[in-house]
Design a protein around this ligand. Sequence first.
Ligand SMILES: Nc1ncnc2c1ncn2[C@@H]1O[C@H](COP(=O)(O)OP(=O)(O)OP(=O)(O)O)[C@@H](O)[C@H]1O
Ligand SMILES: [Mg+2]
Length: 467
Amino acid sequence: MLEMTKTPQQIVKDLDEYVIGQDEAKRAVAVALYNRYRRLRLPEKMQADITPKNLMMIGPTGVGKTEIARRLAKIVSAPFVKVEATKFTEVGYVGRDVEQMVRDLVDVSVHMVEEEYYSRVRGRASQEADKKLVRLLVPGIKHEKRQMTMQDMMAALTGNGNQNQNNDEDSEEVTDAVRDQRLSVKEQLSKGLLEDREVTIQMDEQKPMGGGGDMMGQMGIDMGDMLGNLLPKKQVSRTMSVKEAREVLIRQESSKLVNHDDIYSDAIKRAENTGIIFIDEFDKIAAGNKRTSGEVSREGVQRDILPIVEGSQVNTKYGMISTDHILFIASGAFADTKPSDLIAELQGRFPIRVELDDLSKEDFVRILTEPNNSLIKQYIALIGVDDVHLTFTKEAIDRIAQIAYNVNHTVENIGARRLATILEKLLEEVSFSAPDMAMGDITITEQYVNDRIGKITADKDLTQFIL
Ligand SMILES: Nc1ncnc2c1ncn2[C@@H]1O[C@H](COP(=O)(O)OP(=O)(O)OP(=O)(O)O)[C@@H](O)[C@H]1O
Ligand SMILES: [Mg+2]
């Protein structure tokens, strides 16, 4: 479960597919990550003494800090959460709220481990699900009058309709005709002929997820979950296609086939040993000179975060988790503040510092074209939906990159985010009229870029508003 299949070099190579440049930062995160797997291969006694070296990424806005962290988590499939440190400076937050990030990490981990357990029993679960589908599609003959059992009475008293339902199912009579029909439906099902047929199934009520910032969250407890674990989940009937229903049923059956306590303890272990918490906007909690009134003291927030980063026990609904070996990646632009404005203890917990570079025009060209789902590829695909074939000349892309670079340096440097605003403006007309063109080719040339964007960039005020 905890074996590391990727070396730092491979991690960097994978990151290269999404993030342009920033080699130093990529190397640093790859090493920080790999070190944790190194540690896990040591004798346990020694493991305990090796605390992870947390990392701080410093660099201007929009140059790939968050992107690196986001991709990293996917590449190594470690539990990963991202929080904004500024969230803790908002009015109404109390010290214990910072623990929420650890709880969120455990939630993510539980979900990951659950999926793995479920995929292992999927074969059996889908057999069961298909059996259920057959019964739903060809119900047995229901008997109107039957004696009320003790259970029915209880169910009627507590108003638990679900219980009733189950009993009904049990009391169905399966006649020979029903059996024959079920056989034929079973065969049709397996051939995939009934995927669009509608069935009504019983499922857990989907409750909206309680965010960390609500009343209960502030108490450090998740009341909904606490109650949810005590009371049986409310069941609701929903009608959907066989295809959708099968997935729901497979999950229900999988859930019966796995041991949830194993999942929880595995998940806690995994979060403890491989979890990554990415704290964005870290510079905003450094005590700068700007301080808005009503804001929670920034130093106070740092003091709240400190124990978690230093290693402490946090109570979650799945059990206690120790944060000793969780990897923390702090990130911030540190434009108005410096890392040295942080309290000393916190600085000490982030010994690895990497600086990200400002992006050049050449970087922009690469960002536009190289990554797997680069902006240009996204637009080509989007416009392609209307059967309009969009292409960009090399010169046009060059021009877009140049404009982005210029605007960043004359108005405000927002890094690669500038590309998004420029492309949106550039393709406004195309996006609008493509559906009515009914096929065709559009080539974006340098001239087109100049025509649409050139005028705007000539006027600084206009640029500020539009690009
Ligand atoms: N080096 C890069 N390679 C590829 N894409 C990038 C790069 N830098 C930024 N981007 C793109 O720009 C957008 C913003 O980048 P990101 O979220 O990483 O900024 P950031 O460095 O975290 O900035 P902030 O300090 O404002 O949080 C993302 O959509 C990302 O895809
Ligand atoms: Mg960011």
